[in-house]
Design a protein around this ligand. Structure first.
Ligand code: SF4
Ligand code: SF4
Length: 328
């Protein structure tokens, strides 16, 4: 994979969102069938492909300190997905009754086929959700976006990453001069009546009860029409760090935690990625693990419909535990 080189916006210090935990022992997450203690590892079956994510490529105008996919202006480990390749997966998703197509990067609006893929998606009757930083790459497409909004209304949602409700924290993660342009992009989307959402993060020790009102104040001040109390409109994500220790998830954990595997993201979604050097895109279990060969599910959605073994620290920290503990 290409290294993440400096961009003009590169953050200068450590991420404010760093996970505080010991290093991950090597024996954990080693075998998809059993945990280091020899217990049966949890798995998640696909109940229905509700959301198909298309990874548009890892290139990004930013190089955030803890970007889970290691995006940057030079990392093209995942190359630009082409509209032709995307169409094959849209065909298959249509036949499977998929409701929504998600676009994530990198920054999706850097992909030269992005607008063609959006047109194809919305024209087929899918809902579309685009994750964007709302900066210059998106702003280049204002006219095309207004046309899509005109024709498809709230079938198109743009979810803007605003890592924190305070500018200094956002810029510590995302780099200098990343706050005002993102706010400006959000204001533009809001003023033009787009269906919008915001993705934020919680600092270590920060609770949702503290963060949601702070986002609400920010949105009110800035004239951004997002209901900060609605988890569907303001998502606040826990931290991830694959190198830090976390408990493995056994099949007994569901009952212990009172969690249902059908609520886990990989029960209802998959992601298409096109890795550099490979002739065609592949399907991976979810948006969080694009590179691990253990989570490459196949070349078609049909092949990728088998259960996923939760054999990665992100499965535990991000999806299942989310701050809880499971001591089976
Ligand atoms: S804007 Fe998103 S994709 Fe780009 S570097 Fe930041 S977190 Fe990664
Ligand atoms: S991180 Fe693991 S549990 Fe979460 S969606 Fe991906 S594969 Fe499933």
């Amino acid at each position: 994979m290409a290294t993440r080189s400096a961009s003009r916006n590169v953050p200068t210090g450590p991420s404010p969102f760093a996970v505080e935990a010991a290093p991950l022992p090597a024996e954990k997450f080693a075998d998809p069938r059993v945990t280091a203690k020899g217990e049966e590892r949890a798995s998640v079956a696909l109940t229905k492909l509700e959301t198909l994510w298309l990874n548009t490529g890892t290139l990004c105008n930013l190089a955030c300190a803890t970007c889970y996919i290691e995006s940057s202006p030079t990392n093209d480990a995942l190359v630009y997905l082409s509209a032709d390749h995307a169409a094959r997966f849209l065909d298959e998703a249509q036949a499977m009754g998929t409701r929504e197509i998600g676009f994530t990067g990198g920054e999706p609006f850097m992909n030269p086929d992005m607008l063609a893929m959006l047109e194809d998606t919305l024209g087929r009757g899918f809902e579309a959700l685009v994750l964007t930083n709302a900066m210059k790459p998106m702003r280049r497409h204002e006219a095309a976006l207004l046309s899509l909004r005109e024709r498809f209304g709230s079938k198109l949602t743009l979810r803007v990453s605003l890592d924190h409700h305070s500018g200094p924290v956002h810029e510590a993660e995302r780099g200098p001069r990343s706050w005002e342009p993102a706010l400006d992009g959000l204001r533009w989307l809001s003023a033009n009546g787009f269906s919008i959402a915001v993705a934020g993060r919680l600092l270590p020790g920060e609770s949702e009860a503290d963060a949601r009102p702070a986002y609400a104040d920010l949105f009110a001040r800035e004239g951004i029409a997002v209901d900060a109390a609605d988890p569907a409109r303001l998502s606040l994500f826990p931290e991830m760090d694959a190198a830090k220790d976390v408990a493995e998830i056994t099949s007994a954990c569901w009952d212990i935690l009172g969690k249902d595997p059908r609520d886990i993201m990989c029960a209802t979604s998959r992601m298409v990625v096109h890795r550099k050097g490979e002739p065609a895109p592949r399907v991976v279990a979810c948006t969080l693990i694009p590179y691990d060969p253990g989570f490459d599910m196949g070349g078609t959605l049909a092949e990728a419909s088998r259960p996923v073994a939760l054999n990665h620290p992100h499965c535990a920290r991000f999806c299942v535990l989310g701050g809880a503990s499971c001591s089976a």
